[in-house]
Structure formats: structure tokens, C-alpha cells
Ligand binder design. Structure first.
Ligand code: RNT
Ligand code: ZN
Length: 421
């Protein structure tokens, strides 16, 4: 679609939304202020650059063998640059610690410093991207039995405490360098495949370890700490130490960000209804936008009901300023770059849909007890010309409209990805 035809369709859409009291221009401006943190790990199947040959472990499984995955930091950055160029708005990068650059030298995870991330920080600076960070408590011999911060061996615990502490310092340096606070998110795989005899002791050890990790005061203008819960994983079906209740109470009592991963709850439970509750007790939260499908918690995000409900909640509650939106999915069975673009654009589309909602009207109807009109209006909104507003926004931001971005990925695949060994 040309810019001219997209803007004719946009004018019509604008006129259709106006009688509902919806200002499409305002919605677009609001959307342009939202930053989403793109996870580096979609680009190389959660591989990292330690080249230790270690299994991924931690209950994380990436399936598929689509050709062309990024094999070094330069390739990953090139792929990310292409992805960002197909996504409207200014966004962020979410990096895992095992994506360090050490010039071929083996650096133990408890020894990493910001020097190992110089390349990433400089690149983010040049690309005008904010950056977030994560300790990597998996894919490592010290994590091979499935326990890290809650391990019964104090030496192993110590190793992971030191790794997480190092990561917070790196996060702080990232935040200072880039002039935007870095969210450093702690997720550990710790749990049991089968029924534990003791559910308490590992949680006591985790609590103590986390308190040590967070003992050092770090300026929240540079680094913000988040903790991520999980219900179950592959190999931890019966018990996960860092459950939702554990971390929710921890985040509230320690003033940490709670990370809600959409794929980390009972398969029929969604995080939508948790957001307003959590934000009554916590100043800020982190989302891992993901899509659970049966036992997998990390399918590529699409514009489905769950995603729309989640983003609606952020917009309706005016929670965007207090919510850090990160993505967390990995699929190696499709073009990896397309996966980023599909997932990020879907998240933005869901936000735009929410911003085009006449929320005040719906609330008035609710408060008047007119649930019939409330439901009818919600249904009416589903056939409004939202796609024209989205295409217009993409055109304004100089990125391809919905029908045009894939061709650019295919060209990149032909010219770049297919030539990788
Ligand atoms: C795992 C967690 C975690 C990871 C990343 C790679 O279940 O969701 O966030 O996906 O750290
Ligand atoms: Zn996650």
C-alpha cells in the first residue's frame, strides 16, 4: 500500500472513530512514546557467545532448525538492526549475560564486568536504544542439576550470588552509559521434576541468596532489579522454588519489580488480572510478553485475545509509565528475524487497539449498570478500521506497513541469512 492510499484509508478511519470520542491522532502519539525491550535471545535460539558447548538446560527448550541463525555478536546486531528497522517507534534491547564479548577468552560468570559488554553498550548508544540485562543462571556446568541460587551446596550458591551481583553492577553501568535505567531481571530455573520432600528449605536458601544479591545499594536511576516467577518448567514439573507467591511477597517487602511472564502460570490463567493488583502494592512491574501453548511457555507473540487484554489493562489503568514491557519467546522453526518483528508489532498493535478504545464511555456504561450496551460496544469496536490507523502509524514512522515488511525480511534472508555457514 502506498503512503497516499494508506492516508486516505486513515482519514476515513479517523472519521469513524471520532463519533465514539476517540482521537486517533492522540492514540498514535501515545503509542509512539512506548518502548518495548526486544530480547536478544530470539536471534540465536538462546545460544549466547560463551561457546562452552553446554546444553541449554534450565527447562528451556528451543525447537526447530531454520537456517541462518546469528553465530556471533556482529551477526546478532545486524539482525537486530534489520528487525528494529521494521518496527515503528524507539525501543530497547534486552541482553542476557552469556552474550558477553570476551575476545575468545574464557571468563567465568562470576567474573564478568561491564568491559565484556562494551560492544553492546556502544552499539545501543549508536542505535539510540535503551538496554536491559539478565543474569544467565542456566546453560552452565554449575547449573547442570537444575539448582542455582537455591542450591544446597553453599559453594554453588556463592557462585550464582556473585554472578547476579556482577550483573547488577553491569546493569548500573549500562544505565549510566545510556542515560536510561537498565532493568536487570533475575530468573532462576531451580526446581524438582518430582515431588519434593521439603518445599521450604530451598525457598529459605533462595530468600537468603537474593538478599545477598541485592545487599549492595544501586541507584535506581541506573539499575532497577526485577524478579521473575514460574509455575513449572520442563524438568521442574512438580516444584519451582521461585513461585509466584514467593516472589510477589519478596518484591513487595524488598521493593523490587515483579516480573510477570505470560507463560509462567496455569495454562488457563492469564496475567491480565494480576496487573492492577500488583500495581496497587508495587511501584513498577516488568512484563515478559510471551505466549504459552500447552507445556511451552515461549511461543512467538501474536495479536490474540490474551495479548489484547494485557495491553488494554496497561492503557486503561494508565500503567504504562510504571510497566516495563519486555518480550520473551524463542522459535527456531521460522525466520528468527520475522519472529521478532511479528511479536513486537503484535504487541504494538495490541497497544494501539487499546488506545483506540473509548474507555471513558465503557466505564460510564458500567457505572450506570448498562452491561448490555457495554458488551455491544466492545463487540462493535472489533470491526472498527484499526488496520488503517496502524498502517498510517507505520508510514509516519518510516517503517513498512503491515503488508510490506515481510518482503524486506525475505530479501535479507536471501542476501544475508542464507549465506551464513
Ligand atoms: C524462563 C524465563 C526467562 C527466560 C529468559 C531466557 O522460563 O521466562 O525469562 O526465558 O531469561
Ligand atoms: Zn520470562
Amino acid at each position: 500500500m502506498s503512503i497516499a492510499s494508506s492516508s486516505a484509508a486513515y482519514s476515513q478511519a479517523q472519521q469513524q472513530y471520532a463519533p465514539l470520542g476517540v482521537d486517533t491522532q492522540k492514540a498514535i502519539e501515545r503509542l509512539s512514546r512506548v518502548s518495548i525491550s526486544l530480547h536478544c535471545w530470539q536471534g540465536d535460539d538462546v545460544g549466547g557467545f560463551e561457546s562452552s558447548g553446554e546444553d541449554l538446560g534450565g527447562g528451556l527448550a528451543v525447537t526447530g532448525n531454520y537456517p541462518g541463525k546469528a553465530c556471533n555478536p556482529d551477526q546478532l546486531r545486524a539482525d537486530l538492526e534489520k528487525a528494529y528497522s521494521l518496527i515503528p517507534g524507539r525501543h530497547r534491547l534486552n541482553l542476557h549475560a552469556f552474550y558477553l564479548e570476551s575476545q575468545g577468552k574464557k571468563i567465568e560468570r562470576n567474573q564478568i564486568t561491564s568491559a565484556h559488554f562494551r560492544g553492546w553498550i556502544d552499539w545501543c548508544k549508536a542505535q539510540k536504544l535503551g538496554m536491559d540485562f539478565n543474569p544467565t543462571c542456566f546453560a552452565h556446568p554449575m547449573a547442570s542439576d537444575g539448582f542455582t541460587l537455591a542450591h544446597r551446596d553453599p559453594a554453588i550458591r556463592r557462585f550464582w550470588i556473585d554472578h547476579c551481583t556482577a550483573c547488577r553492577r553491569i546493569g548500573s553501568e549500562i544505565g549510566q552509559q545510556l542515560g536510561s535505567p537498565c532493568v536487570t531481571n533475575v530468573w532462576i530455573p531451580d526446581g524438582y521434576k518430582d515431588i519434593p520432600a521439603d518445599r521450604l528449605a530451598p525457598r529459605q536458601r533462595l530468600l537468603d541468596a537474593l538478599d545477598q544479591v541485592f545487599a549492595e545499594q544501586i541507584n535506581p536511576a541506573h539499575n532497577l532489579d526485577a524478579v521473575e516467577s514460574k509455575l513449572f518448567g520442563i524438568g521442574s514439573e512438580s516444584y519451582v522454588v521461585g513461585s509466584f507467591e514467593f516472589y510477589y511477597a519478596y518484591a513487595i517487602t524488598r521493593r523490587k519489580l515483579m516480573c510477570l511472564d505470560a507463560g509462567h502460570f496455569h495454562p488457563t490463567e492469564t496475567i491480565t488480572d494480576k496487573i492492577s493488583s500488583a500495581l496497587m502494592h508495587l511501584p513498577e512491574i516488568l512484563l515478559h510478553v510471551s505466549r504459552g501453548v500447552r507445556w511451552d511457555s515461549d511461543h512467538v507473540v501474536i495479536l490474540n485475545d490474551d495479548l489484547q487484554a494485557m495491553m488494554l489493562e496497561l492503557v486503561r489503568g494508565n500503567f504504562l509509565e510504571r510497566t516495563h514491557i519486555g518480550l520473551d519467546f524463542f522459535d527456531a522453526s521460522i525466520n528468527r528475524l520475522a519472529a521478532w518483528v511479528i511479536g513486537t508489532r503484535a504487541t504494538l498493535k495490541a497497544l494501539l487497539l487499546a488506545m483506540l478504545e473509548p474507555t471513558a464511555k465503557l466505564r460510564d456504561l458500567e457505572n450506570a449498570g448498562d452491561y448490555t450496551t457495554r458488551l455491544a460496544l466492545m463487540e462493535q469496536l472489533k470491526t472498527m478500521p484499526f488496520g488503517a490507523v496502524w498502517d498510517h502509524y507505520c508510514a509516519m514512522q518510516n517503517v513498512p506497513v503491515e503488508s510490506a515488511w515481510l518482503a524486506e525480511v525475505k530479501t535479507y534472508e536471501k542476501n544475508v541469512l542464507s549465506r551464513r555457514g
